[in-house]
Design a protein around this ligand. Structure first.
Ligand code: BDR
Ligand code: CA
Length: 311
């Protein structure tokens, strides 16, 4: 089977961890590197949590490198109110066996891209700062980047402010830069990730796998569902980030449309809001793919199948 070489750029975060597991366990995806960004919690914690995610899964051969500690132009906003003080509230965290690569995230991305004979896909599941820096500083690598798939934004309203989704809110200037770059870009927003709900049935399926990863996920999911219930009244927490991985791992499960996508960087009350021209009202050339539908069962099948392959 042909595989897609991928870099996962993330800010773990509960759902980032499952995104990593889906990428690592899916046979279509060949994870060549993991890079971290300050987002849900500050960079040292997201980096530690990425190492934990791979350690739990028994993966020791994928380099992890730390990237931007904060957005291009703004102060970092974090989301302890969903993910807890350490970013992975719930389970007891093992000491990671996975060491941190000495290179910066930027250097790791460059090295992975340059070493590959095929174009590399980047799946970003946090503020898109690292990808923006890469495209800004190394536009010569554009033709060697297959595409960027990002969890963030929405065709509807937000979850961090009334109009902005968290990853978009944290670094809208980075998102604007990526959109201007011309790279093939897919946005997977709340309008679909709110269908990826951790229902009791889904949680039972994951726990029933019975391996180390599945056992770790029990307390992880419980905590995430509890905070989502407290903050949003959503007891079946929406597991956003793996849906972005599914665009590559199980493309038949995510329906996308090609449209004009912009992000608000100036609004007094709307910074980070994504403007998705679903009806062509702006009469502008499409510049992005935007997810509009999810085969929920197919998505969870891919997640469960991936976790089965891990420790
Ligand atoms: C996004 O924000 C973070 O809290 C999650 O990890 C996800 O990437 C959802 O808005
Ligand atoms: Ca995330």
């Amino acid at each position: 089977m042909s595989t897609i070489p991928v870099i996962v750029d993330c800010d773990p975060g509960h759902d980032d961890v499952v995104a990593l597991w889906l990428a690592l366990g899916n046979p279509t995806i060949d994870v060549r590197g993991v890079t971290t960004v300050g987002g849900n919690v500050p960079l040292p914690l997201t980096t530690m949590n990425a190492r934990v995610a791979l350690t739990v899964a028994g993966v020791n051969d994928v380099p992890i490198a730390a990237g931007a500690s904060g957005p291009l132009e703004r102060e970092l906003e974090t989301a302890e109110w969903i993910h807890g003080e350490n970013g992975l509230g719930g389970p007891e965290l093992p000491t990671p066996t996975m060491t941190l690569d000495e290179r910066s995230a930027q250097q790791l991305m460059v090295d992975v891209i340059e070493a590959s004979t095929e174009p590399i896909a980047i799946v970003a599941t946090g503020p898109i700062t690292n990808v923006a820096i890469l495209l800004r500083d190394r536009p010569d690598l554009m033709s060697r980047i297959r595409e960027v798939v990002w969890m963030g934004g929405s065709t509807e309203r937000g979850n961090a402010t009334p109009y902005a989704e968290f990853n978009a809110l944290v670094d809208p200037e980075a998102l604007a830069l990526v959109l201007e770059s011309g790279v093939k870009f897919t946005m997977v927003g709340l309008n679909v990730t709110h269908q990826a709900l951790l229902t009791a049935e889904v949680r039972e399926r994951i726990i029933a796998i019975g391996n180390n990863t599945s056992r770790f996920s029990d307390d992880l999911m419980r905590f995430f569902c509890d905070t989502n219930e407290t903050v949003y009244g959503m007891p079946d927490g929406p597991l956003h980030d793996p849906v972005a991985v599914a665009v590559l791992a199980a493309p038949e499960t995510v329906e996308v449309v090609h449209v004009r996508l912009d992000v608000e960087t100036k609004g007094t009350h709307t910074a980070g809001a994504t403007s998705v021209d679903l009806h062509g009202l702006l009469d502008r050339e499409p510049n992005a793919y935007v997810a509009v539908g999810l085969d929920v069962d197919g998505f969870w099948n891919a997640v469960v199948d991936a976790i089965k392959t891990l420790d």
